[in-house]
Ligand binder design. Structure first.
Ligand code: NAP
Length: 373
């Protein structure tokens, strides 16, 4: 029996209009090694918003009279980075979980099981996928608990692995109160790795403290830079992961690392410290230009992007299996995700709800459950 269901699509036309709509799609029968999953929980991560809304101006939102599609305009200067997707209707939603409702003959044992996957096109009623690409969730875990078991858990573990592989003793992270940042804090506590958490409000300081964090800095405090330098010097942090991306925070962190390193130098060197400092930009929460002020920074530093798929390639299948095993073992503790609200697929297209999840605010992650409507 072929399954039919809705799928949330995003399309940008050549004039810079972005349209979100629900399309009715037929899911073909699974072949011998495939399963069909009824999607029951799929998070809205910032990377999903990147595909759903691209660089569109959310305030330009218009709803059609039937309420079945939303359109936005993209300011002309922002079309360049999305030139490669113009005219293509793209299915959104990176990861999620649900119940296997049909399977080919080699995958029959999956029927009825709750599985999780990182597959794309997850904002759908049904998702056809090869059985080898799903993970059967641990006994007792729900689809909602398993919906975010790939992107943020693997990335936060990836930061710790990267720091270890490159010989860094301590990590700096911003923005720390994100879903990912909370996982990183729990990992660093368990693995005894000093972590300097950068947040931007007192409420976020309290959130991190409640997780056991001891090094928390509010970037809006007057003494932020001085305290950052002191914390870095205390734990000899030489690597930072920054998802804010735009603006000058990355530069501020590099300078604080340089000043902390210079404190420990016995002899002055006009080329700066002999300690290598690394800034990884792994997100684009602030879409403005990245500003790095080189004056006084010396020459012993690097700034580049960090992305999960190339990292997973680098550590190979054994490495990825090791991460996956820890995630499954600690799914409801270290890697638990909190959602403010569960919405249906149709609600994802309601203007007020879209404006709320498009804010990407700390502790306000949304979960979509297409099975609810
Ligand atoms: N490179 C990779 O492979 C990779 C993999 C996974 C995730 N990521 C990135 O990791 C980041 C966090 O993801 P998540 O799912 O954990 O996000 P999340 O739970 O939705 O949290 C988003 C956080 O970003 C903060 N924020 C939003 N805009 C900001 C801005 N302009 N300046 C400073 N802080 C801002 C929010 O704080 P406020 O409440 O103060 O706004 C909140 O703490 C995202 O950028 C995502 O794209 C990258």
């Amino acid at each position: 029996m072929a399954y039919s269901g809705r799928q949330l699509h995003s399309m940008i036309d050549a004039s810079g209009n972005l349209t979100l709509s629900l399309k009715q799609v037929i899911v073909p029968d699974p072949d011998d090694d495939e399963v069909i999953v009824r999607v029951e929980a799929t998070p809205i991560n910032p990377s999903d918003l990147g595909l759903l809304l691209g660089p569109a101006d959310v305030s330009s939102l218009k709803e059609d009279s039937a309420g079945s599609r939303l359109t936005f305009t993209i300011p002309p200067g922002r079309l360049g980075p999305v030139a490669g997707r113009l005219g293509q209707s793209l299915a959104a939603g990176g990861e999620g979980a649900g119940t296997v409702v049909a399977a080919g003959k080699n995958a029959a044992e999956f029927v009825g099981k709750t599985v999780a996957m990182l597959a794309g096109g997850m904002y759908s009623d049904y998702r056809l996928i090869r059985a080898e690409n799903v993970v059967v969730v641990p006994d007792g875990a729900t689809a909602a608990q398993s919906a975010s078991m790939f992107v943020n858990p693997q990335t936060s573990l990836g930061f710790v692995e990267t720091a270890r592989l490159e010989g860094h003793k301590a990590i700096i992270h911003a923005p720390a109160a994100s879903n990912l940042g909370r996982m990183l804090q729990r990992i660093c506590l368990a693995d005894d790795i000093p972590l300097i958490n950068i947040v931007r409000s007192q409420a976020q300081v309290e959130i991190m403290r409640s997780l056991g964090a001891t090094r928390i800095l509010n970037s809006n405090d007057d003494d932020f830079v001085a305290r950052l330098t002191d914390e870095i010097a205390a734990v000899e942090a030489t690597v930072a992961f920054d998802a804010i991306g735009g603006g000058s925070l990355g530069s501020t962190i590099l300078h604080a690392m340089e000043r902390a390193a210079i404190r420990n130098m016995k002899v002055y060197d006009r080329y700066g410290s002999d300690t290598f400092k690394q800034l990884y930009i792994y997100g684009n929460l602030d879409q403005s230009e990245t500003i790095i002020n080189r004056a006084g920074l010396g020459y012993n530093w690097g700034a580049c992007g960090w992305l999960l798929p190339p990292f997973l390639q680098k550590i190979g299948e054994d490495g990825a299996d090791r991460l996956r095993k820890r995630i499954v073992d600690e799914l409801t503790t270290t890697f638990s995700s909190h959602y403010t609200r569960t919405i249906t697929l149709s609600e994802a297209l309601q203007p007020e709800i879209l404006r709320a999840y498009a804010r990407r605010a700390a502790g306000e992650k949304f979960l979509v459950n297409p099975a609810l409507g």
